[in-house]
Design a protein around this ligand. Sequence first.
Ligand code: FE
Ligand code: FE
Ligand code: ZN
Length: 280
Amino acid sequence: MLYIGNHTSSSAGYLAMGKRTAKKDGNTFAFFTRNPRGGRAKAIQEEDVEKFLKLAKEEKFGKLVAHAPYTLNACAAKEELRVFARETMEDDLRRMEYTPGNYYNFHPGSHVGQGAEKGIRLIAQVLNEVLKEEQTTTVLLETMSGKGTEVGRNFEELQAILEQVNLQEKMGVCLDTCHVWDGGYDIVKDLDKVLEEFDRIIGLHRLKAIHLNDSQNDLGSHKDRHAKIGEGKIGLEALVRVINHPSLRGIPFILETPNDEEGWAREIKMLREAYKEESE
Ligand code: FE
Ligand code: FE
Ligand code: ZN
């Protein structure tokens, strides 16, 4: 089964996201848990959630991949910003329990000159404060392109964070194809080698979701500019190899491509046609 969908606006609630997704033949989606620039989250409407859960069951949706606001910085130099990151994540994880058993993805952070090692320690510290034994949500670290002082620019840095987390079973990784390409991992020429490296350093059992994006820039550019599927430097063929890779079967693929509803519907259709059921 190919689980595919796009990052969608959460402003009209869960049921609206579910319907919008099903209309495009999607069966998973991503959304910001609150305004991406931070700020207060809208109250969860229980009726809306219930209707959505029913729809998701009927439509056989895969796991959702919620996205934390990208302005959160769990390894900021200023303590108040780290406290803000922690409190936001805590609140998001509480809210995620209304839709149990899904994923919550976040950008590890930017060390802003403190050094990656310090950044890694601070990120793990926040995770150790927010993760709870009883939560059903798995928290995903996103692979980053390495622009500026981003932490998570390679598999080693992600693994260094994971190693310092106490509740390991609550953690996973979301691989963004644009980010790893921009980060210098050649998923065009040798996807197998990149995934072998992921397996050796982190372990493929931790790979829970894919952000499926093309890239406007070259391998190793450390830029992070997404392109539509097949219109960037990664290209359609390489991205089709990603969705068909035997190690990535059954995990959600999220499009974060610059599109409108029609564009995403077209990409979903194109990728479904390129997906090989039989190798499952
Ligand atoms: Fe992201
Ligand atoms: Fe992403
Ligand atoms: Zn990106």
